[in-house]
Structures are given as C-alpha cells and as structure tokens.
Design a binder for this molecule. Structure first.
Ligand code: ATP
Length: 474
C-alpha cells in the first residue's frame, strides 16, 4: 500500500480498496447503525425506495457533491453553474418526450403480485418506440419471478415513471405538473438565458446538481435505485463538427474523476456501450461507466452523445429560436449536446462498498472505512487521553476550538482511548489527535492515521499545516 503516513502525498488508490466487497445487507445496516442513511418515515413503516441521510451521511454526500461542483464547474472556465427548479412548465415534459415515452416495461408475478421489469431479467430483449413509449418484445427470457419463483404474466405492460402533482389553489382550475423526471431538463430551458447573460462562445457547458423523482418499479438495491434521488449533469454544447472529439474528451474526464478523485479502483469500473436496442433513437452513441456492485456490473454514470434533439424539441414546442451563432466558424447552428449524467447517491453507495473493511486484530474485530480523507464526514477527532485530568481536557478543548473553524473535528472523551479509536475508524475519521501528559510538557500531540493505525508526534502549532493538504478537496 502507498503509505498515507508519515504526512505526504495521498495515494491514488490503496490496495485495500481492491479487496473483496461487503454485501449490500451489511452496508445497509451499517449505514443505519452509524447514522449515514435511514429508511424514510421509518416510524410509520417506511416508504419504499426513499431514504434520509443522517448526521454522517449528509456530510459525506455534501463532500461528494462539493468535489463534483469544484472539479466540474468552478475549476472550468467553459462550464456555467445552475440550480434549476423542481417544477417546470408541463409542456417541457411533452417536448422532451417524457409524457409519452418515459416508460418502463412491466410484468406481474401471478403468485406474489410483485411488479418486475422484464428488461432486467436474463434472456429478455425489448425495444422501446420512443415516440409512443411502447415496448416491443424481441425475445422472451426468464419467466420465473426473481422474488418468489412464481410465474410471471406473459403480457408486458407500459408504465410511465413520471410523478405528477398539481399547481394552483382552486379545485378544478389546478394545472397538472410533473416533478422532475430527469434533473437536466432545466439546463435546456435556461440555455438561452445563460447565453444572453454570459455570452459564452462554443464549446461551453452548463452543470447542475438537482433532485429527480421517478416512480421506479424495481427497488431493493438500497441507494442504487430510489424514487427520489439527485443527479449531477453536465450538458456540453458544441459545434456538430467537434462533437466526436468533445465526446471522447468527456468520457476521459469522467473516468479519471472517478479513479483519481473519488478513488474508486479501476478493477471495479468498466465501460459499457449501449446496444442499438437500448439507445434512445436520436443519440449517436452512449456509454455507461459501470461499477461492480454486489449483484454485478451496473450503471454509475452515463455519457451520451445526444445530437441536437433536446434543443430542437424545446425550440419547436416553445416557439423560441435556440440556435447559436458560432463566431469562430461564422455559421448559425443548433449545437450538439454531450452529456455526462450521474448520481451522487449511486456514487455514495459505490464509495461505501469500496471503503468498508472488516478485519481481526488480536482476536477483536475492527471495522474501518478507508474513505479518501477529504471526503470523510469527520476529518479529525480530538481525544484527551484521560477524561478526569482537567489540564488535559482544557488543552484538548483549546486545540478543538482552534481547529473547528478549519476542519470538521469531533471532540470525544467517552471511554478508553482504544474504544475511541475504533469508533472513529468505523466512521472513516482519517486522523485522531490525542492529547496526553507529554502535550503539557512539550506542546506535542500524537496524530494517528486510520488505515495504518500508525502514530506520529506532531507539534500543536504544526497540526493545521500538516493536515490541510490531506483534507482539502482535490
Ligand atoms: P438505470 O437504468 O441504471 O436505473 P438510467 O439509465 O435510467 O439508470 P439515467 O436516466 O441515465 O439513468 O440517469 C443518470 C444517472 O442518474 C444514473 O447513472 C444514476 O447515477 C442516476 N440514477 C438514475 N436513476 C436513479 C435512481 N432511481 N436512483 C438513484 N440514482 C439514479
């Protein structure tokens, strides 16, 4: 393993990350037990496919999103940020094709009455007519229910996953509206506003992280498929003649981001090209970055070469000119769109699976989360060695007060120091700073690193300078 310790450059991928992964049930219960993720409305019996992020989960999720925003929006001159509304004019969803065609195929189990997506069962081949949203069965595969083994109904039904709501106060005059079925849509609607307010030249992109709602049929894979989730999207607008080059570049950017910044092992990532059958009719090409989840390879993020369909459709339905005068090429065009569309929640799950470890040390179990230090929900724990020693406690409190404005630190004086180390290891705290009698003599503390459990004595005045490079987002 590339050593994190003594203080130095962060390893890109640690060897531990390559070890076999825990099962989904372990991660689900761990997340609940430690306050990362709770089932929503649990005291009322829960709500299928909806989750809340607890005190540690919200910190981790925010750090993941902050890193995406920093790397994909703030550090790029060609990307503009956006935070669009959840509710949009219903016509936008007609233009995008979602009202007619945002459908999933569905078969029912005759025995347990579960609803199952046949396109996710072995052997099935289906093709969607994107205009009507109808699924055509090309080949019938497994006909046994994956839940109870019962028989599935032969007819495939169409199920629109858009969630409806209504706007207005007077009954009878309410307007039907939809919760965002894909977060990127307001990027197309604000594309003209961004051009008018910021005068970008091609190529340029708009980046957004936003909530998405889908009435998903098949749930049960924890955060992988939920009915309320977030998406991060880059819609990159290019001259059609440069679309292929931009597509190649964005595929590289996103792959490298998952490997270098999220620190997912390349062994757990793969590219998968969409087949002709699954590719949406207007797209030139589509690839997914897949992650190796406990149930096998599945999508983490999609990279799509979308042509100009989105802008053309919204231009037509809104009667607005969404063309662009490309000054450099001296021509008016409708830009092609290269899209990188992923989800912070799936990324969160992949990070958990990748970094959860159980090991045995001297006959006792140690659980630790080897999170990249800059993503950890608690960055450093401040531990006075002895709780009853007033001088130690006073010094520890002082160090805590000095560091809390700079890092996310937690003060902990409960239990033996060994227990406290284990507690912090379990939630992924990369550094434990222990204040002992030597601190009072020479103003040094021990700093313990989570993965190696090695300790180093550091001068109090040097803690911030040493931790800073390791805890700052790349
Ligand atoms: P899949 O078929 O794998 O469920 P999709 O092809 O419908 O996903 P897209 O519409 O391309 O997904 O959405 C882009 C990204 O949004 C996905 O790569 C994923 O990270 C995230 N995402 C999509 N659906 C969900 C969901 N139900 N729950 C959590 N994240 C999701």
């Amino acid at each position: 393993m590339t050593k994190l310790w003594p203080f130095g450059i962060l390893p890109l991928v640690s060897e531990q990350n390559l070890l076999s992964k825990p099962c989904l049930a372990t991660i689900t219960s761990f997340c609940k037990r430690k306050g990362f993720v709770y089932p929503s409305s649990e005291i009322y019996g829960g709500l299928s496919g909806i989750y809340d992020y607890g005190p540690l989960g919200v910190e981790l999720l925010n750090n993941i999103k902050r890193m995406w925003w920093k790397n994909m929006v703030r550090e790029r001159e060609d990307i503009y940020g956006l935070d669009g509304s959840i509710l949009m004019h219903p016509k936008a969803w007609e233009a995008s094709g979602h009202v007619a065609g945002f459908t999933d195929p569905l078969v029912d189990c005759k025995d347990c009455k579960s609803r199952v997506r046949p396109d996710k069962l072995p052997g099935w081949r289906l093709k969607k007519d994107n205009q009507s949203g109808k699924w055509q069965v090309l080949e019938i595969g497994e006909t046994k229910c994956p839940i109870c083994g019962g028989e599935l109904t032969p007819e495939v039904r169409q199920f629109n996953v858009l969630m409806e709501t209504s706007l207005g106060v007077i009954e009878g005059e309410k307007m039907k509206a939809y919760l965002k079925g894909e977060s990127c849509q307001n990027i197309y609607l604000d594309y003209k506003n961004v051009i008018d307010s910021h005068s970008p030249s091609l190529p340029f992109g708009i980046g957004q992280i936003g909530k998405t709602f889908r009435n998903e049929i098949t749930l049960g894979k924890f955060l992988f498929k939920t009915r309320e989730f977030e998406q991060w999207d880059i819609e990159y607008f290019v001259n059609p003649s440069e679309a292929d080059t931009a597509y190649k570049k964005w595929k590289e950017i996103r792959w490298n981001w998952f490997v270098n910044n999220v620190q997912l092992s390349e062994k757990n990532l793969q590219w998968r090209q969409h087949t002709e059958d699954e590719r949406i009719f207007y797209a030139t090409d589509a690839w997914d970055i897949d992650y190796k989840y406990p149930w096998g390879w599945d999508e983490l993020e999609g990279l799509h070469h979308r042509g100009n369909y989105d802008l053309t459709q919204h231009g037509k339905f809104s009667n607005t000119d969404l063309g662009f005068y490309d000054q450099e090429k001296d021509e008016k065009i409708t830009p092609f769109i290269i899209e990188a569309s992923g989800g912070p929640n799936r990324c969160f799950l992949a990070i958990m699976l990748e970094n959860y470890h159980e090991e045995e040390i001297k006959g006792r179990q140690r659980i630790y989360l080897s999170l990249p230090p800059y993503l950890a929900p608690v960055q450093a724990a401040i531990l006075p060695l002895v709780r009853k020693d007033e001088k130690l406690v006073e010094t520890a409190r002082k160090i805590y007060d000095e560091l809390k404005g700079r890092f996310v630190v937690q003060y902990d004086e409960q239990g033996t120091v060994g227990r406290r180390y284990r507690r912090q290891d379990e939630i992924g705290t990369p550094f434990c700073i222990t204040i002992d009698s030597q601190t009072l003599e020479n103003e040094t503390v021990t700093v313990r690193e989570r993965d190696s459990m090695e300790q180093e004595r550091v001068k109090v005045g040097e803690i911030e300078g040493k931790l800073s490079p390791l805890l700052s987002l790349p």
